[in-house]
Design a protein around this ligand. Structure first.
Ligand code: PMP
Length: 425
């Protein structure tokens, strides 16, 4: 579902609704709710789906398929049998994939730190020795990507999303002209927060476009590779193959993890790239660790014998997530048709709500006062500033279906009041 390019505007007749909206809001506030739609965390029922991981290994059963004792040091690239399962799902050849620690965000952060301190394949110098480093940031996007840029003093250049990925006319022009642009954040499937996936044309153009920086990298964060919300999974072209075909084999860094597949924050992260980038990374990672947690990787390999087992497991997640998303749409359609617009993603964890321009911060403030925590307005934009003050990210996975419905009814009351207040001036 595409992200609307314009925000709904306030209509004059909404001013007349002000008194009614205020009364509804006072009633909401008196209700003393305590609900949270802020972060895309799995619910406890979703976490229960992977509880077998807690007991799947027993004393005496700690060897990998090749005989490696997983209790001991070593194996920087991670367990081969687990890499084989996720290679297919992340569209990276198993021999080009690392199974790492517990969080892909750590690997993304480290990759920027390494590029700052060590010369990337193809680079003329370390990023720390450049006068300025810029990253393209499709917006609305994932706030933690922007936090990594902030941490390293990287200038963020917002680019619009179209519903099929970033606006490639804009991206191609910027990347071809500006050697300071060294990177670009991409969430290619069921993006956070718009839910959109990159079309084949978007992927091909990203792989093929000329870049002024010889060390330009796509930070391909495939966090939602298998997180479908419909019976027809979306396919995105494999980026490593597209880059190799286009003559830019070292362009993409691919990231993924089992965070929203098994235990969030206690799963396994993955990193895939070209042989040159792998060798570069392996040399640097060897200074950080003697090897990853192979016992956790073995647990995951036992739990998921093959890629099909992961897909079956994700169906169980979908069964728990779908009713929560349905509750969001049900309330939005009933309460906010004609006032707001929203996405209907076919995967991922979020609904992106567009409220009338200039109202998002006020909606979030009103909701907070009424006991409903929403992601701060603007969080999906670099610097935390949405130029239209219109976008709100809704994360319905964690609360129960009834709580989602109640929270969304409250959000609708807040949107009506903010819109009416604005219309009334
Ligand atoms: N990337 C995206 C786009 C995400 O939405 C999330 C989780 N919210 C992450 C990465 C975090 O992944 P991990 O737990 O592997 O660090």
């Amino acid at each position: 579902m595409s992200q609307p390019s314009t925000s709904p505007s306030v209509r004059p007749e909404q001013a007349a609704d002000l008194a009614a909206a205020r009364a509804a809001y006072e009633e909401l506030r008196a209700g003393g709710l305590k609900l949270d739609l802020t972060r895309g965390k799995p619910s406890s029922e979703q976490l229960d789906l992977s509880d077998a991981l807690l007991t799947i290994l027993q004393p005496g059963d700690v060897k990998a398929a090749d005989g490696t004792d997983c209790r001991n040091y070593g194996g920087l690239q991670g367990l081969p049998e687990l890499r084989a399962v996720f290679a297919e799902l992340l569209q990276v050849p198993a021999e080009q994939l690392f199974a790492c620690g517990n969080a892909s965000l750590t690997v993304m952060h480290d990759m920027v730190a390494h590029a700052m301190l060590s010369v990337l394949p193809g680079a003329e110098r370390r990023w720390a020795d450049e006068a300025e480093i810029r990253f393209l940031c499709p917006v609305p996007g994932y706030d933690r990507h922007f936090t990594i840029c902030d941490r390293f003093g990287i200038t963020m250049v917002p680019v619009p999303l179209t519903g099929e990925g970033p606006d490639m006319d804009v991206v191609e022009e910027l990347v071809a002209a500006d050697p300071r642009i060294k990177g670009m954040w991409c969430v290619p499937k069921y993006s956070n927060p718009t839910g959109e996936s990159y079309s084949d044309e978007t992927v091909r153009r990203l792989a093929a476009m000329p870049a002024a920086a010889p060390d330009f990298r796509l930070f391909w964060d495939n966090a939602y590779a298998v997180h479908h919300l419909t019976a027809e999974p979306t396919e995105v072209l494999p980026i490593l193959a597209a880059c190799a075909d286009a003559g830019h084999p070292d362009r993409a860094f691919v990231f993924g993890s089992t965070s929203k597949i098994t235990a969030a924050g206690a799963g396994v992260a993955f990193f895939g790239s070209s042989p040159a980038n792998m060798a570069w990374y392996a040399g640097l990672a060897a200074a950080q660790t003697i090897g990853p947690d192979k016992l956790n990787q073995l647990r995951h390999a036992r739990f998921f014998q093959d890629a099909a087992a992961v897909e079956t497991h994700m169906e169980r997640h979908r069964a728990l997530l779908e009713p929560r998303f349905a509750a969001v749409y049900e309330v939005l359609e009933r309460e906010l048709g004609g006032i707001a617009t929203w996405t209907r993603p076919s995967g991922g964890y979020f609904v992106s709500l567009q409220v009338p321009e200039g109202c998002a911060s006020e909606v979030v403030r009103l909701a907070k006062e009424a006991g409903i925590a929403l992601t701060p307005a603007g969080a999906a934009f670099p610097g935390g500033r949405d130029p239209r003050d219109s976008q709100i990210r809704l994360a319905p996975s964690f609360p129960t279906v009834d709580e989602v419905r109640t929270a969304m009814q409250g959000v609708a009351v807040c949107v009506r009041l903010a819109a009416a207040e604005r219309a009334a001036g």
